[in-house]
Design a protein around this ligand. Structure first.
Ligand code: COA
Length: 209
């Protein structure tokens, strides 16, 4: 290969690396800002970035998921397990997670391999997105954008929790939850907000923490 072509290739690799690093830094900033919006106990970006196990688990998952989807499955699992040891949050590297997921407190969260999570989802400690089957199929829940999962909520099977739905603390959810609805209890029962629209009270978790 001619030296000019090599230099050109080197520049394009460098351009790609700087582009990807820039995008990753942007995602980290938006994660921290979204976490501050939802956590009334912290208003410093530095404190949130350094002391939030939920954010650390999500960031480790991004790297683990990239390894997993490129076929580096063992390194992906090892990174996921190291993150679990450090944060108490276990996210299988195969799980698909959208932007600005915030896991508050975090300890005891388990997110299975075929789980799918949209954007701007919030969950508390001890949430499980688990399977009810051992077959290699889609067996974990889908959580659509804007949903909130209370502490200890267990979502089991390939169910869908609709956009902006609320799952109460310690609920066991084994059926779909419609968008904007609230599910509580064991097994969870679902109620739509008055007027069939999302209750503004639920829009701000700070109001009911
Ligand atoms: C589900 C939730 C969002 C509903 O909020 P809410 O507006 O206060 O609920 P309501 O007062 O309208 O309750 C409706 C009914 O559900 C019951 N209920 C509320 N949360 C419940 C829960 N987690 N499990 C079982 N029942 C619950 C209420 O007692 C009430 O029953 P009633 O109609 O017989 O009186 C909220 O209770 C919840 O669980 N949020 C999660 C908070 C959390 O995990 N915080 C962790 C901070 S560390």
């Amino acid at each position: 290969m001619a030296p000019g072509a090599l230099r050109g290739r080197g520049r394009s690799v460098w351009a790609r690396v700087t582009e990807e690093v820039g995008a990753a830094a942007g995602r980290v900033r938006e994660d921290i800002d979204a976490a501050i919006d939802r956590d009334p106990a912290t208003d410093s970006r530095l404190e949130m970035g350094l002391a939030s196990p939920g954010l650390h688990a999500v960031w480790a998952h991004r790297v683990a998921h990239a390894l997993w989807t490129r076929g580096a499955r063992l390194p992906a699992r090892l990174l996921s397990q190291a993150s679990r040891a450090a944060t108490g949050i276990e996210i299988h590297p195969g799980a698909q997670i959208g932007r600005r997921l915030f896991i508050d407190h975090g300890m005891g969260v388990v997110i299975g391999e075929t789980a799918e999570i949209g954007d701007d989802v919030m969950m508390y400690h001890a949430v499980t997105l688990g399977g009810r089957a051992n077959a290699k199929i889609k067996r974990h829940p889908t959580v659509e954008s804007g949903a909130v999962l209370g502490a200890g909520a267990r979502l089991l099977g390939p169910i869908t929790v609709g956009a902006h739905a609320q799952v109460g603390a310690n609920a066991v959810v084994v059926k779909d939850v419609p968008a904007g609805a609230t599910a509580v209890g064991v097994p969870a029962t679902t109620r739509m907000p008055r007027g069939g629209e999302a209750d503004p009270l639920f829009a701000d978790p700070a109001l009911w923490i």
